[in-house]
Design a protein. Structure first.
Ligand SMILES: Nc1nc2c(ncn2[C@@H]2O[C@H](COP(=O)(O)OP(=O)(O)OP(=O)(O)O)[C@@H](O)[C@H]2O)c(=O)[nH]1
Ligand SMILES: [Mg+2]
Ligand SMILES: [Zn+2]
Length: 325
């Protein structure tokens, strides 16, 4: 007999039932989504729309923003109510980065769209954009690139915007120019968020939280400053937070990074992350081609023929070298 596939709901129920047997509390179980966490305290929004503080049952492992969970109320009659998360639903995907000493650090779960935010100040870093795109392609999630602070456009930095547009739009990515302070491009962004869960990622200080604030003006969101000396952000957002937009869709604001590396990717996955290199997969003379200086490398040939962009190939090669893949 063909195996029946369980729906997500059924899987959650089974997971919940297991825990119920183990604890025998007999308490009613509810589903919700993790909005954020402060140390061991999780903030969960139930499917009925209640936001509550939850503790975490032991041995559930890491639970992050965007995770679907099953919880019980500690005392359903107390005010405000609080809960215990007893089970974690299966994840569709998990965005992770390389944290302290190269250890994997979970950022957020169940993401449909990764929005790589860069700005004119601090300046964009193309290698960082490329690494985020590789992470997105492998989640998999749809990537979108934003160039924020477009109000700061001048003759000196004009080429930065032109280059990003030229490189990424020519390979099929969407590049959106915004100004969070002037509310430019925000309506367009809003229309690209409907019906999905998106996450804003990028350097500290590029304006991720400012963009969220434009979309949710009534919510209290901390906006940081830029250091005058270094033009870098001051890491104002410290934990990822999940927001539901009244216009449709969910948006996760994440803490800005100094650097980002995807975790645990092999050579094939890195190649998969450079979408314009797809036609050259498996076409090199040597099966174990390092795509650097071997004769008959299809990627080197494509580069010489001007079919692929030098900067992107540099990123590809650097990523292979950096990850030791
Ligand atoms: N000129 C200009 N400044 C902006 C724009 N968007 C944000 N800023 C400023 O940039 C600074 C940093 O903004 P945040 O929204 O805190 O940046 P962030 O990306 O959330 O930073 P982290 O939370 O540290 O990752 C603030 O001073 C904002 O006012 C913009 O479109 N134009
Ligand atoms: Mg922020
Ligand atoms: Zn090759």
């Amino acid at each position: 007999m063909a195996k029946r596939r369980l729906t997500e709901r059924q899987k959650r129920q089974i997971s919940a039932n297991k825990n119920q047997k183990a604890t025998a509390t007999g308490a009613a179980q509810h589903n919700g989504i993790v909005i954020t966490h402060h140390g061991k305290e999780l903030i969960v929004r139930s499917d009925t729309g209640e936001t509550l503080s939850c503790q975490l049952r032991q041995n559930l492992g890491t639970i992050v923003c965007g995770d679907r969970v099953v919880f019980e109320y500690i005392d359903p009659n107390s005010e405000p109510r609080s809960g215990i998360v007893i089970a974690l639903a299966e994840r569709r995907n998990l965005l992770q980065k390389s944290g302290f000493a190269g250890k994997a650090k979970a950022v957020a779960a169940n993401i449909d769209q990764v929005i790589v935010v860069c700005s004119l100040v601090p300046k964009p870093n193309s290698y960082l954009i490329d690494r985020y795109l590789v992470a997105a392609e492998n989640l998999p999630a749809r990537p979108l690139i934003i160039i924020n602070k477009i109000d700061l456009l001048d003759e000196q930095n004009e080429h930065v915007v032109n280059d990003i547009n030229a490189i990424y739009e020519s390979i099929g990515y969407r590049v959106l120019e915004t100004s969070a302070t002037r509310n430019t491009g925000i309506d367009e962004l809003q229309s690209m968020l409907v019906d999905s869960t998106s996450i804003l990622v990028g350097l500290s200080g590029v304006g991720k939280s400012s963009i969220v604030k434009d979309l949710l003006p009534d919510i209290d969101i901390r906006i940081g400053e830029i250091s005058q000396a270094s033009s870098e952000g001051k890491h104002t957002t410290t934990v990822s937070t999940f927001y539901t937009l009244p216009t449709g869709g969910n948006l996760i604001d994440s803490p800005g990074v100094r650097d980002f590396s995807p975790i645990d990717l092999d050579r094939e996955q890195i190649l998969k992350g450079f979408i314009e290199l797809k036609p050259y997969r498996g076409s090199c003379k040597f099966a174990n081609c390092s795509h650097t200086n071997e004769p008959g490398c299809a990627i080197t040939e494509a580069l010489e023929e001007g079919k692929v962009n030098q900067q992107r190939v540099n990123s590809f090669r650097k990523m292979l070298a950096d990850t030791d893949a």
